[in-house]
Design a binder for this molecule. Sequence first.
Ligand code: PLP
Length: 406
Amino acid sequence: MAGRNFLFVPGPTNVPDRVLRAMVVAMEDHRSPVFPVLARACLEGLKPIFKTTTGTPFIFPSSGTGCWEAALTNCLNPGDKVLIARFGQFSHLWADMSARLGFDVEIIETPWGEGAPVDRYLAALEADSQHKIKAVLVCQNETATGVTSDVRAVRAAMDSVKHPALLFVDSVSALGSIDFRMDEWGVDVCVSGSQKGLMLPAGLGITCVSQKALAIAKSTKSRRCYFDYGDMVNSNASGYFPYTPALPMLYGLRESLAMIAEEGLENIFQRHNYLASGVRAAVLDGWKLKLCAAEPKWYSDTVSAILVPEGINGADVISRAFKRYNLALGAGLSKVAGKLFRIGHLGDLNELMLLGAIAGAEMAMLDVGVAIEPGSGVAAAQSFWRAYSAPALARPAETTRAGMAA
Ligand code: PLP
């Protein structure tokens, strides 16, 4: 098909040309005396992304799922109890993994479309007077439903009852796009991956571990090998990895971290909110459809899950968008399969890219019989963005040719 594929799934996201170019490198010896320069730039460069000075970032050649497993097997003993709210496919998968690895999982069943129910976390922790719960798991941004949760409030709930459990946060589709604060929120393990806000291809599991969790991991007995934090700590100390690292990805990561530093993390969060608000204007004001996120307080700035009207199959919208318009939209997963489609709005994005996705989704919906006004989504997003009155968004200079020449 002629022209570009429009990639609007909520990860993998568009990889900026700068990052792609940085990854075109010859292979080199990962045990050479100069390799630690690259490794340290990546490991140190991740700290501000996690907003940590005391935590330790690790880079595993995996994806976010590998870091889920690393958190569980490093920080817990066999059979330990974990507490998790399930409100979408990814919180479900983390709960499922915890059970499959032999942990005792207490699940707080929560309607899909809502976020972490802080009061129910609190009630479960209060009831746990013997402190059997060893880790509290929270999905900061449930990618399946487009819902963002208040991690800080979960930490406050834990503190209010002086519960000593570790706090594990899945920030796979939030880190680098929606505010995350490792130190301030007292997070013990943050789990993420390369292919979303960090604007890289899939292939790196990116995680950060508190000193408390690292100390606990020294004596836990759960079986692990490839994902052992201790091996990483030992090798990373001298700027190396315990096994062959994904070298081109590390070059890419160094470049994406440079891009993030240039734009500024807070500006990036603001850009994501601004772009997401335009998409929400298209959905709610233009198309007059509903989001899966039940209330504005849950709205995600990285992904919108759009409910299709009764009688329409969301999968048909996605299929039509892909086959006819070369536009990749996110699918409805598991419980919400067929009920929705998702637009990812995270990473290296601007208004015009998103208008392409909104226009494509609009055409695909019209083609499969959704009764929306042609052009209404595009017009609503345009109106929102044009009326936006906050100070001009900081734009990374090198995203334009003129900027590159400057
Ligand atoms: N958690 C969330 C919130 C996700 O969105 C994803 C993937 O999309 C995962 C975990 C799993 O990560 P990965 O696919 O990188 O293994």
